[in-house]
Each structure stands twice: as C-alpha cells, then as structure tokens.
Design a protein around this ligand. Structure first.
Ligand code: 1CP
Length: 340
C-alpha cells in the first residue's frame, strides 16, 4: 500500500521534508468527545483495547478530526505484563492496578516470555486500522520500555516516586535484570509482530526514565532499550525517555532513528548532542491551555529552535485530558503553515 502522506517516515529517516510532520502523544484517547462516545458504550477500557474494530475506530479519529500526520494504534503499554502473566485492571478515573505484583525471584516463576499470540488482538487492530486508513498516513506501533514496565509490575500501580520499584533495583538487582531481560525478549517478539501486521514506525515509551539516577539508568534501562531497538529492522524506531535529560548524549549510540524530547530539554542543546538523530517534540502540553495567539507564537518559537535539524513536531509528553480539541487544532495548523 502506497502511503499518500509519508512525511513522518521521511523525517524519521533524516530526509528533508517540505514541512515538519506533526502528531501528539496520547492523541487517541484523552481529548476527543468522539472517543468518549465510543468508550461510554463499553464495559471498560480493556474491552476497547481488546476489540480490534473499536480500537481501529478510535485510532483513526484523530486523523479525521485533528488532521495529524500519523496514527498511533490504540492500546496500552500494560498489555505486555498481562501477556507475560501479570493481569492488570484499569480502574475508572484512577488508572492501572495490578492485583498481583513482583517482589521476589519466585514471583518470576509465574511469568513467561511471550511467544506473540497472547497479543493477537493488537495485531488484528493494526491490520484493520491499516486497511481503513487506506494509506492516508503511517501507523505507529508502540510498547513500554522494560524499565517502565518493571516499575508498574513491582509497584502495582502508578506512583509519584515508584520507590518500591527503585528499592527493588538496590535490594534485588539480579532479579531485576532477569525480569528486564524477559520483558525485552517479549517486547522484541511483540514489536516484530506489530511490524509484520503493518506498523510503519515504532515508538518505545520509557515514561519513568527520569526517576532513575544516571548510573541506574545506564544499567537497568538503556541496555534493554538497545537490545530491543537493535533487533527491529525495516521501520524507523523512536525512543522517548521522559525526563532522562542526563542520558540524551547516550541516545546517540542507541539503534533508533528518532529521539523524543520532553519540554525540559532545550532543542538547541539536543541538536548538538544528537547530530545524527531525528528529534521529536517538545512543546509543553500546557501551552495548549493558552490563547490561540499564544499557541501559534510558542509553536513557531519551538519550530525555529529545531531549525533545519530533522524534526517531528509533538508535545513534550501526552496531551492532557482536559485540553480543548480546538486548541490542539490550532497547534497542528501552526506546524503545518510554518515556513522553514
Ligand atoms: O479509558 C480510558 O480513557 C483510560 C485512560 C487510558 C487510555 C486512553 C489509559 C490508562 N491508557 C490509554 C491508552 C494509551 N496508553 C495509549 C493509546 C493511544 C493514545 O492515547 O494516543 C498509549 C500510547 C498509552 C501509553 C501509556 N500507558 C503510557 C506511556 C505514555 C505516557 O503517557 O507516558 C503509560 C505510562 C501508560 C500507563 C497508563 N495507562 C492508563 C493510565 C491512566 C496510565 C498512567 C498511569 C500512571 O500515571 O502511572
């Protein structure tokens, strides 16, 4: 299937593009009333994730409604722990919850490295979405980075500090490495199958990168990201490690094409540290609460700071749930009409 709009793929490969491509992290489930309408008909989040027809529908909504240059498959990073044997629940208005957690080496006995079919509902959703997109824009597949998934598997839910998960690294480093390796192996299988099903691009979310100290990040996160990224071929890979400004320079050596930046990173600094990578980001999601005039001004300033460096415009993290979709459209239009 020939893509009608492949701007984001060309930017990811470092090629010059006529304009900067744009999409938003978490574009497919947080802000659109059209999403809420689908979601409210269902028993819960998991029904949506596990029903390919519905997942495809909400994946495509932001393409139709917001005009983004890529779709991201509607799923969650937590489907992976579940496929390995640790079930999650999604509690309304509170977030994920794991009835069982990992706290000792023995707990790993209940887990297995996935063979792939555990997550066939994701590949079915990708195949269906590709068909329905009919080449309009590329489709991004994704997974959580091993450290971020371990954090949820040990902690059992979201947390401000993830102190149980960090404590685990100090008290049981060998078990942590064993678990990280199981997650990495599972993720390689999973992402290869996403690519086979039609994902045009892959993003790894290391959402809790920034709570590790630099030494732990180099020991417990980066090697597993590299292990995954180096095994994926044929499509460009993006690594988004939130708040890991201290590891930016190390990303130069990771086998990915694009590095995602949060809004704490100075684009000009990132350009110097990562001369051979495409950069993605990094507008503060709170800019979208401002007036249209301010959104246009801030977006132009951000784009100018990336200059001629290969760039994919995005926010510095997921769009916040109470953002006005009309303000998101102002951001997208501002990127599209910007003169390089
Ligand atoms: O039904 C609902 O509306 C529940 C809210 C929701 C949604 C829409 C959750 C619960 N997950 C999702 C979908 C989701 N999650 C997508 C799909 C598409 C999209 O929204 O565009 C993606 C890419 C994710 C990825 C994800 N899930 C991350 C990484 C990205 C990031 O924001 O840092 C993380 C950390 C999660 C865990 C998760 N899932 C849901 C919540 C509330 C959370 C965060 C919990 C916490 O704060 O620890």
């Amino acid at each position: 299937m020939q893509l009608k709009n492949d701007l984001i793929l060309r930017a990811a490969r470092g090629e010059a593009t006529e304009r900067t491509p744009v999409w938003l992290m978490r574009q497919a489930g947080r802000i659109l009333p059209e999403y809420r309408a689908v979601r409210n008909r269902l028993s819960g989040f998991k029904e949506l994730v596990e029903t390919p027809e519905l997942a495809a529908e909400v994946t495509i909504q932001p393409v139709d409604i917001l005009g983004v240059d890529a779709a991201i498959i509607f799923s969650d990073i937590l489907v992976m722990p579940e496929a390995m044997g640790l079930t999650y629940e999604m509690v309304e208005k509170r977030g994920p919850y794991f009835p069982q957690t990992i706290s000792t080496a023995r707990d790993l006995e209940a887990l297995h490295v996935v063979e792939g079919d555990e997550l066939s509902y994701v590949y079915d959703a990708i195949r269906l979405t590709k068909k329905e997109l009919n080449g309009r824009v590329p489709l991004i597949g994704f997974a959580g980075a091993p450290w971020t998934l371990l954090a949820y598997m040990v902690e059992g839910s979201g947390s401000k500090t993830f102190s149980k998960a960090r404590r685990f690294l100090y008290q049981q480093p060998e078990t942590a490495h064993k678990l990280l390796d199981m997650i990495a192996q599972s993720t390689i299988v999973y992402l290869k199958k996403q690519i086979e099903a039609g994902a045009d691009m892959i993003q790894l979310f290391d959402s809790w990168a920034g709570i590790l100290n630099p030494v732990h990040y180099a020991q417990f996160s980066l090697p597993y990201i590299e292990k995954i990224a180096s095994q994926l071929s044929g499509v460009p890979v993006t690594v988004f490690a939130k708040d890991a400004w201290f590891a930016l320079k190390d990303m130069q050596d990771v086998s990915c094409r694009t590095v995602g930046l949060d809004w704490n990173v100075d684009p000009e600094e990132a350009r110097k540290l990562l001369p051979n990578k495409t950069l993605q980001g990094n507008l503060d999601p709170c800019v979208l609460y401002a007036s249209p005039e301010t959104i246009r001004k801030e977006t132009a300033t951000m784009l100018d700071r990336f200059g001629n460096h290969p760039h994919i415009a995005n926010l510095g993290h997921g769009v916040y749930p109470d953002t006005d979709p009309d303000h998101v459209k102002v951001f997208i239009e501002a990127v599209k009409s910007h003169k390089k």
